[in-house]
Design a protein around this ligand. Structure first.
Ligand code: FAD
Length: 411
């Protein structure tokens, strides 16, 4: 029997939240793409698959608009107008010293939007369906990739083959493609678990996100469309296990002890999800005909809601480098082309990952002098306008050498 062979310029292993935007960005630059994902597209958009809500920074939202995703997110994007950062203890409330980011200080646009991952996945799939240069093969896993001098050949679990000039690994933290290529990672375990659930509350949240630092870890309250909020509640592993095992009433009581009553009565709705937290950074991002993007390159602490935003920056930079090379008639899989991408992204990702690591260490404890120092630090930054605005621009993702897509321009 003859094997099915798919030919395209680029192969993307992984059609997740980083892989599909990359496919759309490359297609916009005129390249044909085959994206392969092991999961069934109907399953990943199901309400029970991924309960997370992601903070998509202002610059990432610009890219979503450019690559044709935003039009499928109508009514699903909750603007982030303000962010309040405070420190406290369970049942004791927040310290009087806090940090307040108000988007009107840096312009008319919100700092970003909160979007349920499920809705982002649905929108990405619709955008891909409408893009003739992208072929999504799913469910089907990439079993093996062979790197030749002029092309890569991937073998899929159904026996079909994909030929391409370049392979992107967008296959998440475990990244079998990275592992098979022998690219090593560095990192460590946080001994923390991220509990994710949704609450309904009485009063409108006005688009205000809260990052509340408790001794076990950050407790983030992320406004969702309607009178709802997504909680990203970090606890030490043992405590998280006990919390996840509570009955509904006790679980709701624990939430109320942290959430407080600033939005009136609140109650958890829907399931509880949990994510073990670790830091994982790839030592290299590229090899001849291979480049890593998204969590395959860097898995970070969710403390600042930046993991996917870093991945979307990779996407914008990688697409620009590869599309520029194709326009010049260069080999898009050549190492010197891909090294431009690595130089652009690796330092930025490492610096931000370590910053988030430092924040987590500084805040996830109950050590008296440290508490005092960080509370004074929050209060101080709050008083210094230029510093406060710099942090806001960071949160919006508009600092640094931005690729064209993140500036809202075509690739
Ligand atoms: C609790 C929590 C909250 C978070 N909140 C935020 C936030 O607010 N903002 C933010 O920016 N980030 C956030 N993040 C981070 C964000 O969720 C991740 O960075 C993002 O999901 C990574 O996307 P990815 O596409 O790189 O990887 P993944 O989502 O892991 O996707 C990888 C894909 O590859 C596929 N795959 C794997 N192996 C194969 C194979 N062999 N063949 C074919 N397909 C394969 C998988 O099926 C999967 O679909 C959060 C993370 C956590 C844990």
């Amino acid at each position: 029997m003859t094997k099915v062979v798919h030919e395209s310029d680029v192969l993307i292993v992984g059609g997740g939240l980083a892989g599909l935007p990359l496919a759309l960005a490359l297609a916009q630059g005129g390249l044909s793409v085959t994206a392969v994902d092991a999961q069934d597209p109907a399953r990943v958009t199901d309400a029970g698959f991924d309960g997370r809500v992601s903070a998509i920074a202002f610059a990432s939202c610009r890219m979503f608009e450019r690559i044709g995703v935003t039009k499928y997110l109508d009514g699903q994007m909750q603007p982030i107008n303000d962010i309040i950062v405070s420190d406290g203890r369970v049942r004791e409330g927040a310290s009087p010293l806090f940090l307040h980011f108000d988007h009107t200080e840096i312009g008319d646009e919100p700092l970003g939007h909160l979007i349920e991952n499920r809705h982002t996945r649905i929108a990405l799939q619709k955008a891909v369906d409408a893009e003739p240069l992208v072929r999504l093969i799913a469910p089907n896993a990439v079993r093996h990739v062979e790197y030749g001098s002029a092309r890569v050949t991937a073998t899929l679990s159904d026996g079909s083959l994909v030929h391409a000039k370049l392979c992107f690994a967008a296959d998440g933290r475990p990244s079998p493609t990275r592992e098979a290529a022998g690219i090593r990672t560095i990192g460590w375990d946080y001994g923390q678990t991220g509990i994710v659930t949704t609450v309904e509350h009485e009063l409108p949240h006005e688009g205000v996100a809260q990052e509340y630092f408790l001794p076990g870890g950050p407790f983030a309250i992320l406004p969702m469309v309607g009178n709802r909020a997504s909680l990203v509640w970090t606890e030490k592993n043992d405590m998280a296990k006990a919390i996840l095992a509570l009955d509904d009433k006790a679980f709701a009581d624990e939430i109320r002890a942290r959430f407080g009553d600033y939005l009136g009565q609140c109650r958890p709705v829907g399931p509880r999800w949990s994510y073990p937290l670790n830091l994982q950074l790839a030592r290299e991002y590229v090899r001849p005909r291979l480049a890593l993007v998204g969590d395959a390159a860097h898995g970070v602490h969710p403390i600042a809601g930046q993991g996917l935003n870093l991945g979307l920056r990779d996407v914008a930079a990688a697409a620009e480098v590869v599309v520029d090379a194709a326009r010049l008639g260069l080999d898009i899989g050549a190492l010197d082309v891909l090294e431009r991408y690595q130089r652009w992204r690796r330092f930025d990702n490492t610096a931000l990952s370590l910053m988030m690591d430092g924040l987590n260490r500084l805040f996830s404890n109950d050590i008296g002098p440290l508490r005092l120092a960080r509370d004074l630090g929050l209060g101080l930054v709050n008083e210094i306008g230029p510093l406060r605005r710099l942090f806001m621009r960071h949160a919006g993702g508009v600092i640094g050498d931005l690729p064209r897509l993140l500036r809202g321009e075509a690739v």
